[in-house]
Design a protein around this ligand. Structure first.
Ligand code: ADP
Length: 420
């Protein structure tokens, strides 16, 4: 194993694992610290998914250091810290404190911070992050309930989170290529963390070529784009392994569980219902009142045709979500939905279900935990950022874990075609 990765959430980890797989590295992902019996002999990269994006900074540092220790023990020669491509964080952290701590265990040199992902519309120019061409501070991220991003300048954002000096490697240097980039990094004695501009994939590949020697790299999944090729050129891996077009999955029934209220997921739910997929809508208020519960849902599950997937969803419009949150509190409204979907998911393998799509980052975390899935191999890409995965141990299930806003409208209909 060459590359050890620490991701601050589950679907972000999957996104990174897919990027590495697509670019030729054999990658495995674990939910939390990897199980002791995880075989990493034929693995180039291991991605540990934490749930550390919005927990107190000290906890995020501790969990990240524990993960780093395991990765280094398993042989990782380089570490990558993966966070969101919209740099989701607050003045307290957690990107700055975790980066600082990881620099401490990787030799104390310098590192970069680059959340750029042009395919998803995330670009960085003169230190300013744009989301689909809109400055971060004017994008919907300005109203994020947990990590409102009100400053587009990432040098300033990150500097507020760390005592290490933050610098900028700007567009002109990156555009001049790998040699220019390396020179700036080698000659600068003032800064320890560099925000790196990039607006297209070529820039990310240059960054990979120039900086693959760094013991620690931080960023979004895009920053990993150039690494596999660079590790090959440096002789760290023998060959690149082509990503599979399809994935073998155990035969069995199919289910879709959607706990995301993002616009993309709501569209996917509508498209699935319009296509005749049997569906059951759950509602936090009815769950809290005890009207909806696991045994009622499982009775419904048992009545569905075996040859079709079904859909259970809580996805709702912002106004309805607000009403539920006002009555129950934001956390409880989320938790009751997550618990119910988790309870249903946990009962599915014994009923012959082997193929599951889950929509929503937090929802995916709850479902993976309820299933008892510890680690995943990465299969083919369904849509940008979302691969099929397969559990490495019991229960043997294929899982598509979809960040709420990812995927095309027909995602719930077409994803199955990638399984054989
Ligand atoms: P996304 O990836 O779109 O952010 P998540 O699963 O991470 O999706 O987050 C959605 C959160 O909203 C979860 O905690 C989920 O339980 C909660 N939720 C789902 N449906 C509703 C609803 N109808 N009302 C209030 N909260 C909801």
């Amino acid at each position: 194993m060459i590359l050890g990765c620490i991701a601050d959430d589950l679907t972000g980890a999957t996104d990174l694992a897919l990027m590495l797989t697509r670019e030729g590295m054999r990658t495995v992902q674990s939910a939390g610290l990897p199980p002791d019996d995880l075989d990493v002999n034929n693995v180039d990269a291991l991605v540990i998914a934490l749930k550390s994006r919005t927990i107190p900074a000290a906890d995020a540092v501790k969990q990240s250091l524990d993960a780093a220790e395991v990765l280094q023990r398993l042989g990782a020669q380089r570490l990558l810290f993966k966070y969101c491509s919209t740099f989701d964080s607050t003045d307290d952290g957690n990107i700055g404190p975790v980066t600082e701590a990881l620099l401490g265990v990787t030799g104390g040199g310098v590192t970069i911070a680059c959340p750029v992902f042009p395919q998803a519309g995330r670009t960085l120019f003169m230190g300013n992050l744009f989301v689909n061409g809109i400055p971060l501070s004017e994008s919907p991220m300005k109203d994020h309930p947990l990590t409102p991003m009100r400053d587009s300048n990432l040098v300033r954002v990150l500097q507020r989170q760390t005592k290490l000096k933050v610098g900028l490697i700007h567009y002109a240097t990156v555009d001049a290529g790998a040699d220019a980039l390396r020179k700036v990094l080698e000659s600068d004695r003032e800064h320890r963390i560099f925000i790196v501009d990039a607006v297209k994939d070529d820039h990310l590949r240059s960054i990979g070529a120039a900086l693959s020697h760094l013991p620690l790299i931080t960023g979004g999944s895009g920053v990993a784009m150039g690494l596999p090729q660079a590790y090959l050129a440096a002789g760290l891996i023998d060959q690149l392994t082509p990503a599979a077009e399809r994935m073998a999955a155990p035969q069995g029934c199919r289910a879709i569980l959607a706990g995301s209220c993002s616009a993309a997921t709501r569209g996917q739910v509508r498209a699935a219902i319009a296509a005749g997929i049997p569906s059951f809508r759950i509602d936090p208020l009815e769950i809290a009142d005890g009207v909806q519960n696991p045994s009622q849902l499982l009775q419904w599950v048992d009545r569905q045709p075996a040859d079709k997937p079904f859909l259970i969803y809580s996805s709702d419009e912002p106004d309805a979500v607000r009403v539920a949150q006002e009555r129950l509190g934001r956390d409880k409204a989320g938790i009751v939905v997550e618990h119910l979907l988790g309870a249903v998911a946990a009962a599915l393998p014994a009923r012959g279900f082997t193929r599951l799509i889950v929509a929503g980052g937090e929802t995916s975390g709850a479902v993976v935990q309820a299933l008892g899935v510890k680690a995943l191999t990465i299969g083919p890409e369904i849509d940008p950022g979302v691969p099929w995965t397969r559990s490495t141990s019991k229960p043997d299930v294929a899982l598509a874990l979809k960040s709420g806003n990812f995927g095309s409208e027909d995602f719930f209909l077409k994803a199955w075609d990638r399984l054989s």
